[in-house]
Design a protein around this ligand. Structure first.
Ligand SMILES: [Zn+2]
Length: 138
């Protein structure tokens, strides 16, 4: 996968929010694909991942409503709305500067039209020394 590119001519700006609406954000990205990961937390949360660079992400409201869950190496920051529990995005272990957006929280996206790619995060987690060659990066 190519690096997130907020300047791509295919990029669009999408709005997203948690369930209760306190956490609101915008992402500017070329949203044609998302990934599904089988690691311990993604499997349970059901994220549909789409990575955006910091400049492609804007938190519009809800900074004070976000709670952060960390585990394992404590590198990833799994943020969620402390009122409704919905996780709109998190800061991935592979690159915590970036935003891994949960496409399920992005408005107006037909999830059935996305190219969903499987990522074997479970194996990656067992080998933290392994090079990160998942589909989120080339
Ligand atoms: Zn909420």
């Amino acid at each position: 996968m190519t690096e997130p590119d907020s300047g791509s001519r295919l990029s669009q700006t999408y709005a997203g929010a948690c369930h209760c609406g306190r956490v609101r954000f915008e992402v500017t990205t070329d949203l044609v694909r998302a990934s599904e990961c089988n690691c311990s937390i993604c499997r349970k949360k059901g994220y549909l991942h789409h990575m955006v660079a910091p400049e492609g992400f804007r938190l519009l409201s809800g900074a004070d409503d976000l709670e952060t869950y960390r585990f394992g190496t404590r590198t990833a920051r799994h943020q969620f709305c402390r009122h409704c529990g919905v996780a709109c995005f998190y800061r991935p272990r592979a690159d915590p500067r970036k935003f891994m957006v949960n496409v399920r929280c992005v408005d107006g996206v037909d999830l059935d039209r996305l190219r969903i790619e499987k990522f074997d995060g479970r194996s990656w987690e067992l080998r933290p020394d392994a090079p990160y060659t998942g589909i989120w990066k080339d």
